[in-house]
Design a protein around this ligand. Structure first.
Ligand SMILES: *[C@@H]1O[C@H](CO)[C@@H](O)[C@H](O)[C@H]1NC(C)=O
Ligand SMILES: *[C@@H]1O[C@H](CO)[C@@H](O)[C@H](O)[C@H]1NC(C)=O
Ligand SMILES: *[C@@H]1O[C@H](CO)[C@@H](O)[C@H](O)[C@H]1NC(C)=O
Ligand SMILES: *[C@@H]1O[C@H](CO)[C@@H](O)[C@H](O)[C@H]1NC(C)=O
Ligand SMILES: *[C@@H]1O[C@H](CO)[C@@H](O)[C@H](O)[C@H]1NC(C)=O
Ligand SMILES: *[C@@H]1O[C@H](CO)[C@@H](O)[C@H](O)[C@H]1NC(C)=O
Ligand SMILES: *[C@@H]1O[C@H](CO)[C@@H](O)[C@H](O)[C@H]1NC(C)=O
Ligand SMILES: *[C@@H]1O[C@H](CO)[C@@H](O)[C@H](O)[C@H]1NC(C)=O
Length: 535
């Protein structure tokens, strides 16, 4: 192995490792030489360059690799009734960095795209199945240890074991450790900073599904508001159901009322929390029609666009962001099905039953989520002091039209996971609340020293949407449009951890080479007459 000076987007000197002669033989030898606690090496293979590899499990059948790398597939027995399947991707050209990756929804699917992206930037990446295979929550049933893997343990062990594999392969430990994930992956990154603050030096946590009990409860009440009762049948005949064509009317009215608030009428509401949408103007004057609201539909909208409060008036979860419904994919969020995340969490994790009737879903169900709190998923005080004090850096981002992300994983037809992905959403307002709560817990006036939240106008869940939603956030390497830390939030995190240069803004890219500067909370994105600036 040769050790040279770095070639990274940062000015910091950093170990570059290029494996010397015959990386393939060195790789395949791991099958015999790796001996790790509670861990079985399932397979070791070498990919010579860009190729398609077969993947295990039901989530997908193949994955792409972009660079020559050694692939180690392994399983960690986490208890006698649970196990985490994982993979390490070890590129020939390694910049001395470790990267853990996360998962989505209530799955169950290794983030192969994230591994490909990370290794293309010369990280050694590890991804796990989060303790169960597939996008369904059914494996939680009667298996509290599988829930523990999902809630906190899988990412921790992928860091612990993954770093040992990295050291064994390259002959030197990783100099710095990173984490990259979105949605449930964002929650896992947040949990890592709270529960295992020594696991990662830099964490990139997108659209985090923190407050998971309340998030899934809020989703349940939104589905309930439009009459959804069944996870497998769309109740489009409910009086409160709002058909896709009527959502277009609602969306146009929201834009009419709120698009100009940020200074420019461009179809993007930069700050949805400034929008006090008044739906009453859409109520049908005469009889019902397809372009006006009936009483039950109006009530549904009032529920959706109001914060969810508990019986004592306390905030359980912020409202749906006005403008998010304009995402063409939002129709599937409000498709009349009782969403799978809430359904699986309640049936399989909270109640431990196979069948449940969601017709009367309400605040009592959410109280039950809190009471049972499977896997201790909610039980954190958002005290990031230990992570901060050991120099950790946390970067998070959230799209402001986060209703859904287009399914991009190559799911096998047999899996029902596509539906699950089409039904998830996380209010970006919640990321502001989390920011404020961490600030309060730490008792500091600003989190700027170690934690930055970038709010992305127009962006959907994790990526996609309108505006400038590509800034190197992964998991797809195609989102790395401009390979520099000014435009790539992962490289910006590296600069912060290794060079002490914090990202003030992130420039996103959109269609036709458009760019927009994304601001860090609490700084707002404002139109100054010619462009959007952070004020
Ligand atoms: C991005 O930059 C890194 C070096 O920092 C380089 O190795 C990589 O090939 C670049 N990727 C693209 C897509 O240009
Ligand atoms: C993990 O558990 C399986 C099934 O119980 C067992 O066959 C295997 O030997 C265990 N592996 C390790 C490394 O403990
Ligand atoms: C290991 O991977 C190779 C290449 O994909 C495959 O042919 C072989 O069947 C795998 N072995 C096991 C034990 O999974
Ligand atoms: C291995 O498993 C045992 C028993 O489940 C546990 O006590 C120990 O912490 C595990 N070690 C690692 C590295 O996970
Ligand atoms: C579900 O049942 C299993 C035993 O089958 C039990 O160990 C577990 O604690 C139960 N979980 C809940 C949330 O009741
Ligand atoms: C579900 O509950 C509702 C209201 O309590 C009831 O009307 C309905 O019959 C129940 N459905 C089933 C399948 O039990
Ligand atoms: C992008 O450019 C093409 C060709 O000029 C144009 O037709 C299209 O409307 C543009 N798209 C957007 C969103 O501006
Ligand atoms: C708006 O901000 C941009 C970037 O800072 C600047 O170049 C431009 O002059 C400003 N325009 C106005 C009208 O102030």
């Amino acid at each position: 192995m040769a050790r040279l000076l770095p070639l990274v987007a940062t000015a910091v000197l950093f170990p570059l490792c290029i494996l010397a002669a015959d990386p393939s033989a060195r790789c395949l030898a791991l099958q015999q030489t790796l001996h790790l606690e509670n861990t079985t090496i399932l397979n070791v293979t070498y990919a010579d360059g860009p190729t398609i590899v077969a993947t295990p499990g039901v989530c997908q059948s193949t994955a792409s690799t972009s660079v020559p790398l050694c692939r180690v597939q392994f399983v960690i027995n986490t208890t006698s009734t649970s196990a985490v399947h994982a993979e390490a991707w070890l590129p020939d050209t390694w910049f001395g960095r470790f990267m853990g990756t996360g998962n989505g929804g209530v799955g169950g699917c290794i983030d192969y795209q994230g591994l490909d992206y990370g290794t293309s930037l010369h990280f050694a990446g590890v991804g796990s199945d989060n303790g169960h295979d597939g996008a369904s929550g059914l494996p939680f049933l009667n298996h509290p240890e599988v829930i523990n893997d999902f809630a906190f343990r899988a990412v921790h062990l992928e860091a612990v074991i993954g770093k040992q594999i990295v050291q064994a392969y390259y002959g030197t430990p990783a100099a710095k450790s990173y984490y990259m994930g979105c949605s449930t992956g964002g929650r896992q990154g947040t949990t890592a900073a709270l529960k295992f603050p020594a696991d990662f030096d830099g964490i990139l946590a997108g659209s985090p599904a923190t407050d998971f009990n309340h998030l899934s409860g809020w989703l349940g009440l939104m589905y309930h508001a439009i009459g959804a009762t069944d996870p497998s049948i769309a109740n489009v005949d409910s009086p409160s159901f709002i058909p896709p064509a009527l959502w277009e009317v609602v969306s146009a009215e929201i834009l009419r009322q709120c698009d100009a608030l940020d200074g420019l009428v461009d179809g993007i509401i930069a700050e949805p929390d400034d929008c006090d949408f008044l739906p009453d103007i859409l109520v049908c004057e005469g009889g019902p029609s397809s372009s006006c609201l009936t009483g039950p539909q109006l009530l549904a909208l009032k529920i959706i666009y109001s914060p969810l409060l508990g019986t004592d008036g306390e905030l359980i979860y912020p409202r749906y962001s006005p403008g998010a419904e304009a995402n063409p994919l939002a129709a599937s969020v409000f498709g009349g099905v009782f969403g799978q995340i809430t359904a699986d969490w309640e049936r399989y994790a909270v109640l431990n039953v196979t069948e449940h009737n969601f017709t009367d879903f309400g605040l009592a169900d959410i109280a039950r989520f809190d009471e049972v709190n499977p896997g201790g998923i909610e039980s954190f005080e958002l005290d990031m002091s230990e992570f901060r004090d050991r120099g950790g850096k946390f970067v998070t981002y959230h799209g402001r039209r986060d209703p859904v992300r287009p399914p991009t994983f190559n799911y096998s037809p047999a899996s029902a996971s596509l539906l699950m992905h089409a039904l998830q959403l996380i209010s970006s307002t919640h990321s502001k609340i989390v920011y404020d709560r961490i600030t309060h817990t730490l008792g500091t006036p600003s989190l700027d020293g170690f934690y930055r939240l970038f709010l992305v106008p127009g962006m959907s869940h994790c990526y996609g949407g309108i505006g400038a939603p590509a800034f190197g956030q992964g998991p797809d390497k195609a989102l790395n449009v401009v390979n520099a830390s000014s435009h790539n939030i992962l490289l910006a995190l590296v600069d912060w951890v290794e060079g002490g240069v914090a990202p003030a803004t992130i420039i996103g890219s959109g269609v036709n080479d458009t760019e927009r500067t994304h601001c860090r909370y609490p700084i707002e994105s404002k139109f100054n007459g010619s462009t959007f600036v952070c004020l």
